[in-house]
Design a protein around this ligand. Structure first.
Ligand code: PRP
Ligand code: URA
Length: 206
């Protein structure tokens, strides 16, 4: 399976804060940001690098520098909460945006916005904290591939088995990195136990 679940104790600790229904939006946003840093370190583990030499004050030594550019595409709204961490870690990142919203009754996502740079050759992260049915991620990855990306990682906070199965089926080449693999979905296709509506928790709406 193309799924990696973070096992770091700090990631687990931060996830509990996000799951806690009493965590207010300001703390929720800060916690999302820190957890995303951990997720992105894992998600970019296979980005290309090149050998180099560097002169320290003592002597010349060898090292590695990144040799592949990064692309990041947050899926609005919830994915926006993950973007700042990526920009901090990779200041030269090219950022695109995809707007998708699920119908409240059918849980089928429809697109309302798309603005993507040329992603050819870029190691590309699709940022969306919730992988529930996998419908939104499937659409987002289709658009990211149409923009030229071939090396794509889906970065999530919580994934449901149904979403992982769906995305693995539709885009078997895409890696998934998540802080948790939860039990399943309820009858509204919310993740169980999950953390509720990520966008609402992030922005204090409902
Ligand atoms: C949420 C989430 C994903 C989607 C996941 O977005 O951010 O994009 O649901 O569900 P799926 O795997 O079943 O497609 P939502 O539609 O709630 O929009 P929002 O981020 O604007 O709140
Ligand atoms: N979107 C969310 O924000 N939460 C879920 O549990 C499922 C989809």
């Amino acid at each position: 399976m193309a799924l990696t679940v973070l096992t770091h104790p700090l990631a687990a600790h931060l996830l509990v804060r996000l799951r806690d229904k009493s965590t207010p939006p300001d703390q929720f946003r800060r916690t999302t940001s820190i957890l995303t840093t951990l997720l992105v370190l894992e998600a970019t583990r296979t980005i290309a690098y090149a050998e180099t030499h560097v002169a320290t004050p003592i002597k010349i030594t060898s090292g590695q520098i990144l040799s592949q550019a990064l692309g990041a595409v947050p899926v609005l709204r919830a994915g926006l909460g993950m973007l700042d961490s990526v920009v901090q870690l990779f200041p030269d990142v090219a950022v695109g945006y995809i707007g998708l919203v699920r119908d409240e009754t059918t849980a089928v996502a429809s697109r309302y916005y798309r603005k993507l740079p040329d992603l050819k050759g870029r190691f590309t992260l699709c940022l969306d904290p919730m992988l529930a049915t996998g419908g939104s991620a499937t659409q987002a990855i289709e658009m990211i591939k149409a923009a030229g990306a071939t090396n794509i990682v889906m970065v999530c906070v919580v994934a449901a088995p149904q979403g992982v199965a769906q995305l693995t089926h539709t885009h078997p080449d895409v890696q998934i990195v998540s802080a948790a693999l939860d039990e399943g979905l309820d009858d509204r296709r919310f993740i169980v136990p999950g953390l509720g509506d990520f966008g609402d928790r992030l922005y204090g709406t409902e």
